[in-house]
Design a protein around this ligand. Structure first.
Ligand SMILES: O=P(O)(O)OC[C@H]1O[C@H](O)[C@H](O)[C@@H](O)[C@@H]1O
Length: 578
C-alpha cells in the first residue's frame, strides 16, 4: 500500500480500458499540476473558479496550526463541563465530521455522543437534538457561505432554547465560516465563544481537512493531527505522474467506465474500517461531476456483499450501466477496490474526482443547479405569506390525486406518465414503468433520519424488485449532496419523494415560517425544479407521497414496493437511456 492508500482495478476489461486514460493523465502531467494548484487543468471556462478552489491540495500542511488551537478550545469547554457537541451544518459542512467522528469512535453515527449531526429541518429530529443535556452542549455552527437557511434556523432555535434554560447562548456557540460572511459578523457582534475562519480557497465538498472537518471532530476528542498525518503520508504519491498513482488509477477507472456507458458508481463498504465513508464520497462525486447532462451518479449500498449476499442489490448484480467500487477489500462483484486510511482516502478521492472531472470535460468545482431548488423554496415560503401552513405546510399543497390509507398520492409538473392511480402500488408501478432502461430511481425522504431510519430499507427493496439502480437520500440533506446530480447530471432518473405529517411543529425564532413549513417547502420546491427538467424530450417523473401517519405509511410503502415489478429485470444488452 503506497503511503496508506491503494486502488486495485480488479476487473481486467475495465483495467484495460482505463490504461489509455492513465497514460493520458500521466502524459499531461495532470497529477503534479493538480498538486501544484494549477487551475488550467479543466479548461479556460473553469479556470476562474478553479483558481479560487485548489487550496485543499496542501491542507495536510496548512491546517496544522488548528490542531493546538482546537485542543485548547476542547480543554476550555471541558473545564466548563461542556462535552456534548451538536453540529449544525449542511453538505460539506457536516458530512466529513460525521464520518471522522463515527470512524474514530467505532461507529455511532447520529447518536448522543460523540457528535450529534443536525443537518435537517425535520421538526422531530431538531426537537430531539434540543432535548439532549443542554447544560453540557456546545453548538458548532458551520457554514462556508454563512447563509444556508437550515443552519441559520438551527442556530436560531438553539440560541433561544439555551436562553430559555438559563444558559448564556453566546458562550455555547462556536462558528466556522469563511472570512467576511454575515455569520462571521454575527459571531463577532454577539460575542460568540469562538469564531474560526476557514480557508476560503477550498469549496465545501473538498473541505474535510479544513476547519469544517476538524473543528467538530477535535471538540469530540478526535486526534485530528493524526488525520492530517494520514493525508500527508499519501500526498507525495498522489502528486506523481506515474501509472501507479492511485488517484490517477481511480479517476481513469471511473472515466473509462463512464465512457462505456456505466455512469453509476456503486459504492459498498467491504470492511474498510471507515464508518459511513460513502455518504461523504457521494457529495464529492455527485456535486463535482453531475452537471451539463453528464457525470457520475454515486449509489451507496448497504452492507457488505460477501458477508451478507443479496444485502446490497445494485452492487454484485449490477448491470452494464454501473461500476461496482468496494471501499475496502475486493469482494465478489467488485470491479475496483479502494483501501486505505481515512485521511489518506479523503485526499485520494478528492484528487481522483478532480482528475475525473478533467477526463469528463466538466468543472469539478461548481454546482450550477443547487441554487434553483433553494430559490423555489424561497418562492413557496414567500407565497405562503406568514408561513402558517397548518400541517407543516402540507395544507397549502395541491390536492392529492388519490389517497390510499395513510398515503396521499401527488405528483409534480406534467404527470401524464402517472395515469389515474387509486393505490400506492399503482403509483409506484407507474413510476417504475416510466424509468428508461439503464435509468435510475431516486428515493428522497424528507423525514427524521434517526427516528424514521427504517425508511432506508426501501432502497434495497426497490432495487431488488426493479433491477434498476436505486439511490436513497434524506431531505433536505441530499439537496446539498446528490441534489446537484439529480438536476444537472444524466437525464434518466425517476424520483420518489416522501414527506410525512408533523405531529409537533417547531417555530424558527425571528422567521415567519416553522421548521415543518420549511421542510415541506424544500420538498415541494425541489420536486418542482426536478419535474421542470426533461428526460430527453419527455417529462421527468416525480411522484410525491405524503404520509398522514409516518409509521403506517412506511408499512404501506414497503408493501407496495414488494409488489412492484419491472419486466426484463436488469437490462444488460447495450446501453440506452443516458
Ligand atoms: O457550508 P454552506 O455554505 O452552508 O453550504 C452547505 C452546502 O450548500 C450547498 O448545497 C452546496 O451545494 C454544498 O456544496 C455545500 O456544502
Amino acid at each position: 500500500m503506497s503511503g496508506g492508500v491503494e486502488v486495485d482495478i480488479v476487473d481486467s476489461g475495465l483495467s484495460d480500458a482505463a490504461d489509455a486514460l492513465v497514460e493520458k493523465l500521466v502524459g499531461d502531467a495532470a497529477a503534479s499540476k493538480l498538486s501544484a494548484g494549477d487551475a488550467t487543468l479543466w479548461g479556460p471556462d473553469a479556470e476562474p473558479e478553479a483558481s479560487k478552489r485548489l487550496a485543499w491540495v496542501t491542507l495536510h500542511e496548512t491546517s496544522r496550526p488548528l490542531v493546538d488551537e482546537l485542543t485548547a478550545l476542547r480543554r476550555e469547554l471541558h473545564d466548563d463541563g461542556v462535552d456534548r457537541v451538536v453540529l449544525a451544518g449542511m453538505g460539506g459542512s457536516s458530512l466529513a465530521p460525521e464520518v471522522i467522528c463515527a470512524t474514530r469512535s467505532g461507529g455511532a453515527i447520529g447518536g448522543e455522543f460523540p457528535l450529534v449531526v443536525l443537518d435537517t429541518t425535520d421538526p422531530m429530529q431538531v426537537s430531539d437534538a434540543l432535548a439532549g443535556d443542554l447544560s453540557r452542549t456546545v453548538l458548532v455552527v458551520s457554514s462556508k457561505s454563512g447563509g444556508t437557511v437550515e443552519t441559520d434556523s438551527q442556530r436560531r432555535v438553539f440560541a433561544e432554547v439555551f436562553e430559555a434554560n438559563g444558559i448564556d447562548a453566546a458562550s455555547r456557540m462556536v462558528v466556522v465560516t469563511d472570512p467576511g460572511t454575515k455569520l462571521a459578523d454575527l459571531a463577532r457582534d454577539q460575542g460568540y465563544r469562538k469564531l474560526i475562519e476557514a480557508d476560503p480557497g477550498v469549496g465545501g465538498r473538498y473541505s474535510a481537512l479544513t476547519a469544517f472537518g476538524l473543528v467538530p471532530s477535535a471538540l469530540t476528542g478526535v486526534d485530528v493531527g493524526a488525520l492530517l498525518d494520514e493525508a500527508a503520508a499519501v500526498a507525495p504519491e498522489l502528486a506523481r505522474d506515474s501509472a501507479d498513482n492511485p488517484a490517477i488509477r481511480l479517476a481513469a477507472a471511473m472515466a473509462a467506465a463512464h465512457g462505456a456507458g456505466a455512469e453509476k458508481v456503486v459504492l459498498a463498504d467491504t470492511g474498510s474500517g471507515l464508518v459511513g465513508f460513502g455518504n461523504w464520497a457521494e457529495q464529492l462525486i455527485a456535486e463535482s461531476t453531475g452537471k451539463q447532462g453528464t457525470g457520475l451518479l454515486p449509489v451507496v449500498v448497504e452492507g457488505s456483499p460477501d458477508a451478507d449476499p443479496g444485502s446490497a442489490p445494485g452492487f454484485g448484480d449490477h448491470g452494464s450501466d454501473a461500476t461496482a467500487v468496494a471501499v475496502g477489500p475486493a469482494e465478489s462483484g467488485a470491479q475496483v477496490s479502494v483501501t486505505g486510511t481515512l485521511g489518506g482516502q479523503f485526499l485520494l478521492w478528492e484528487h481522483a474526482v478532480a482528475l475525473a472531472g478533467r477526463l469528463l470535460g466538466i468543472n469539478p468545482f461548481d454546482q450550477p443547479d443547487v441554487e434553483s431548488a433553494k430559490q423555489a423554496t424561497r418562492d413557496l415560503l414567500a407565497a405562503a405569506g406568514d408561513g402558517s401552513g397548518g400541517d407543516g405546510g402540507a395544507a397549502a399543497d395541491d390536492a392529492p390525486i388519490a389517497t390510499d390509507g395513510p398515503v396521499e398520492i401527488r405528483a409534480a409538473g406534467d404527470a401524464s406518465w402517472l395515469g389515474t392511480p387509486d393505490t400506492v402500488i399503482d403509483a409506484i408501478q407507474a413510476l417504475v414503468d416510466a424509468a428508461p432502461d439503464h435509468g435510475y430511481i431516486a428515493i428522497q425522504a424528507y423525514l427524521d433520519r434517526l427516528d424514521d431510519a427504517s425508511f432506508a430499507t426501501l432502497r434495497p427493496e426497490l432495487a431488488k424488485a426493479t433491477g434498476l439502480q436505486t439511490t436513497f437520500g434524506w431531505g433536505p440533506r441530499f439537496l446539498h449532496s446528490t441534489g446537484q446530480y439529480h438536476k444537472g447530471g444524466h437525464q434518466n432518473g425517476v424520483f420518489l419523494q416522501i414527506t410525512g405529517s408533523v405531529a409537533d411543529d417547531l417555530a424558527i425564532p425571528g422567521q415567519p415560517f416553522t421548521f415543518g413549513t420549511l421542510e415541506h417547502a424544500q420538498a415541494r420546491g425541489d420536486a418542482g425544479v426536478l419535474a421542470a427538467a426533461k428526460n430527453g424530450g419527455t417529462p421527468r417523473p416525480v411522484l410525491r407521497l405524503h404520509l398522514a401517519d409516518r409509521a403506517a405509511g412506511l408499512v404501506a410503502l414497503a408493501n407496495a414496493v414488494r409488489e412492484t415489478k419491472r419486466s426484463g429485470a436488469r437490462p444488460d444488452d447495450g446501453v440506452v437511456g443516458r
